[in-house]
Ligand binder design. Structure first.
Ligand SMILES: Nc1ncnc2c1ncn2[C@@H]1O[C@H](COP(=O)(O)OP(=O)(O)OP(=O)(O)O)[C@@H](O)[C@H]1O
Ligand SMILES: [Mg+2]
Length: 459
């Protein structure tokens, strides 16, 4: 498998090599075009100077002179008229030289072997230790004609500094390659970690560990990924809890219905018992029906379709109608209900808003004490209407307050299990208020009472 790591390393080292080769080719062509003629000229001048010196000092021993000159960094070849060659200094690797060239030099021509040396891709012309790669000049010594061929000794040119530079270049390349290997690992690691994390999310394992301390785009990405994983985990938990709650809330009335229908099949029961069982079965069916209605409402609220159909209506009047609807239940429980509900017109969805008041009022009745009180009031403030439902009921603990808007949440099981309910009411209330751009707040004193304040925009 071609991993990102290998690709990155190959591309970076490839880029380094290509730039190295390009630089080499460019500097070589610079050598061929510019430096080679200069080099040739310089060495021709040196050769001519030597010839001039030898010819003006005939008393000097030529071989000894060339020997000592060679020690300063030159290679010489002295050809006499008979074609005999004497070499001074480092030996030439290739000593062949066309006889015609020797002849021409002996006849007085200057031989520009360095300039004419064949052009090649690499700077080999400069390094070629060949007799052809020399400067040849005619030399007269004590009445004898010679051809003097010379070239600088490369070994001499490459002194300690050049070796040092060579090492620096080699080390730089080596260190950069090692750095590329390490650095790439550092860059690619978070990406492989993210890939691993994605795979574990796929398998519903939300426990992913990522390095979020990097201060770059990858750190940001890891951070967002972790947040996403956390959200997914929450959603997954909520989904599981939701399904288990629904299953439970559907299963328990169904098994009650099944149990009582079995009892009804028994021929020996009295009419009184029969009526009692039928009324229990009816109650359970009622429970199932209200549960499905609430679930359907929640589902359509969740889908966020254009479910909110706004129109003007009077909230005060709406709540008063609702109170009339609950009058018998309030009377039955001996609850004292007082209200202050002036006419306030708002633009909202009347049916959804009615569901809000219905839930709040039914809660205030359900979770009240015998002979308790309920106070309802509405007030217009600025662009909003504030509606308050206050009861003197069983109240809520502060730990419960945080959860009452969760789906299926019912506070203090031992107290509320005696009261009918699914725990969906307030979550529906909250969703409807959110859809209207409003707000709901709760204050409660355990065992003393609860106050819900709903704020809705007037339009
Ligand atoms: N006025 C109140 N006083 C005390 N506790 C309350 C009050 N209103 C709500 N609660 C608590 O909050 C919980 C959630 O309320 P919610 O209306 O969502 O569900 P429910 O009344 O149990 O069922 P339903 O879906 O039938 O309304 C209740 O079970 C109850 O414990
Ligand atoms: Mg309720």
């Amino acid at each position: 498998m071609k991993t990102l790591y290998i690709k990155f390393v190959v591309i970076t080292i490839g880029m380094m090599l290509i730039s190295f080769i390009l630089a080499f080719i460019l500097s070589n062509s610079y050598y061929q075009q510019k430096l080679k003629p200069i080099n040739d000229q310089k060495n021709t001048q040196v050769a001519l100077d030597i010839v001039h010196f030898v010819e003006t000092h005939p008393e000097m021993e030529l071989n000894e002179f060339l020997e000592s000159l060679a020690a300063t960094g030159y290679q010489f070849c002295l050809v006499d008229e008979a074609g005999n060659k004497t070499f001074f200094g480092e030996p030439f690797r290739d000593q062949t030289l066309p006889v015609s060239t020797e002849k021409k030099v002996l006849d007085g021509e200057v031989y520009h072997g360095i300039l004419k040396f064949p052009q090649e891709t690499f700077v080999t012309g400069f390094f070629a230790n060949e007799l052809k790669n020399t400067i040849g000049v005619p030399l007269n010594y004590n009445g004898n004609g010679f051809a003097l061929l010379l070239r600088p000794d490369i070994k001499f040119l490459f002194n300690e500094m050049h070796v040092l530079f060579g090492w620096i270049v080699a080390l730089t390349i080596l260190i950069s390659i090692v750095m590329v290997l390490i650095n790439t690992r550092y860059l690619v690691k978070p990406i492989s970690d993210l890939t691993k994390a994605t795979k574990s999310l796929e398998n519903s394992d939300f426990n992913v560990a990522l390095d979020i301390n990097r201060h770059d785009e990858l750190g940001e990405l890891s951070k967002s990924f972790l947040q996403m994983a956390r959200r997914l985990e929450q959603t997954e938990d909520i989904r599981k809890e939701f399904i288990s709650n629904i299953s439970h809330d559907i299963q328990s009335p169904l098994s009650n219905i099944k149990g009582y229908t079995n009892l009804l099949e028994n021929k020996s029961i009295t009419t009184e018992e029969k009526n009692q069982y039928v009324s229990i079965i009816n109650g359970e069916i009622e429970r199932l029906s209200s549960l499905t209605k609430q679930l359907l409402l929640l589902a359509s609220l969740d889908r966020n379709e254009d479910i909110v159909k706004k129109q003007p209506f009077d909230v005060g009047q709406q709540i008063k109608d609702l109170i009339r609807h609950y009058q018998w239940l309030i009377g039955e429980k001996g609850i004292m209900l007082g209200y202050h509900l002036p006419d306030i017109e708002i633009i909202a969805d009347p049916s959804l808003v009615n569901t809000v008041w219905d839930n709040l009022l039914s809660n205030a009745i359900k979770y009240n004490k015998p002979n308790g009180t309920i106070e309802i009031s509405a007030e217009k403030k600025g662009e909003s209407v504030f509606v308050t439902f206050e009861d003197s009921g069983i109240g809520l603990k502060s730990s419960e307050i945080d959860r009452i808007f969760d789906r299926f949440y019912r506070a203090d099981q031992s107290r509320t299990r005696l009261v009918e309910g699914t725990g969906l009411g307030l979550s529906i209330v909250k969703t409807i208020i959110d859809l209207h751009g409003g707000k709901i707040t709760v204050t409660s004193n355990d065992k003393k009472g609860t106050k819900f304040i709903v704020e809705l925009p007037i339009r």
